[in-house]
Design a binder for this molecule. Structure first.
Ligand SMILES: NC(=O)c1ccc[n+]([C@@H]2O[C@H](COP(=O)([O-])OP(=O)(O)OC[C@H]3O[C@@H](n4cnc5c(N)ncnc54)[C@H](O)[C@@H]3O)[C@@H](O)[C@H]2O)c1
Length: 273
């Protein structure tokens, strides 16, 4: 028997639509998948950032990325994204829903959480994912195969540990007290059952749908926060930026060929206790 690692994890010439491609983790996934020869559709809200990232990977690797502006709260944008992808490549191998939106008031405490902020987050983190899956699946049914990866979070799997945020600086929105908001919890939990729903809906159609649950990545957080977060994990630390790349590659490729409707948890042991 011979075993060929490369064919298991092969993403060369695969068209991977990555929504939320220019952020902290999306830019890492773009670089990593491009390094293995994938043609990444670099989709995010800011066209200039998408263009820059596309130029960067084109100069490093022999790939043909497509930078495309999309606002996941806008249905027309989503329709146009998929039309343009099919126009260029004629196929989609993988859709990765990785965007997250943080409108004003995102970190507000539960008692004063506004309906408007809640609806904006649900619109982006869930509504946009449902619509993107719908458009991708139309193409997957036509071509007879496809893979979806929906990105959740530990806080979509378990309740947020609010004790970690007490007295900690909010590096993302310095004017808002740091906490883990309700909109994030309910939208990221919804992602997990959307994944199961779609895996079941497209059963026996050669369309696999899985979730990835990352834990917290160290991003120059406040030392107190880092210490408190790290103590809650079994590995005793937050993740490094590149520690989800291999999970993404696994889920994109035939290495995960018997996996659907599942949730891959990569969280340093956070949810194990
Ligand atoms: N970073 C972490 O510690 C962590 C932990 C668990 C889960 N996650 C999840 O991983 C994913 C990526 O996280 P990240 O840290 O890279 O986040 P990020 O905020 O750096 O990236 C999110 C991306 O979504 C894009 N975006 C925002 N609004 C958009 C819109 N309306 N339309 C299209 N794109 C839009 C942003 O421009 C950004 O590039 C998210 O879904 C997040 O919930 C992250």
């Amino acid at each position: 028997m011979t075993h060929n690692l490369e064919s298991y994890f092969d993403v060369k010439n695969k068209v991977i639509v990555l929504i939320g491609a220019t952020g902290l983790l999306g830019s890492r996934y773009t670089d990593f998948l491009s390094a293995f020869g994938a043609n990444v559709v670099i989709a995010d809200i800011d066209q200039a950032k998408c263009d820059n990232l596309a130029e960067e990977v084109k100069t490093k690797y022999s790939v043909d990325p497509l930078p495309l502006q999309v606002d996941v709260t806008n249905e027309d944008d989503i329709l146009s994204l998929f039309t343009r992808v099919i126009d260029k490549y004629g196929k989609i191998d993988v859709l990765i829903n990785n965007a997250q939106i943080k409108p004003e008031g995102f970190y507000a405490p539960f008692e004063s959480y506004s309906k408007s902020t809640l609806m904006k987050v649900l619109d982006g983190n869930l509504g946009g994912v449902v619509l993107s899956c719908r458009e991708a699946c139309k193409q997957f049914v036509l071509q007879g195969y496809g893979v979806i990866i929906n990105v959740s979070s530990v806080y979509g799997n378990v309740g947020a540990d609010q004790r970690l945020y007490d007295g900690v600086e909010n590096i993302y929105f310095p004017s808002e007290r740091f906490s883990s908001p309700v909109s994030y919890a309910v939208s990221k939990a919804g992602i997990l059952n959307l994944t199961r729903y779609l895996a079941s809906y497209y059963r026996e159609k050669n369309i696999r749908v899985n979730s990835l649950t990352p834990g917290g990545v160290f991003d120059n957080h406040d030392e107190k926060f880092n210490d408190q977060y790290s103590a809650r994990t079994l590995l005793g630390r937050m993740a490094y930026y590149d520690e989800y790349n291999s999970a993404i590659l696994f889920l994109c490729s035939d290495a995960s060929s018997y996996m659907t409707g599942a949730n891959l948890v990569v969280d340093g042991g956070w949810t194990a206790i």
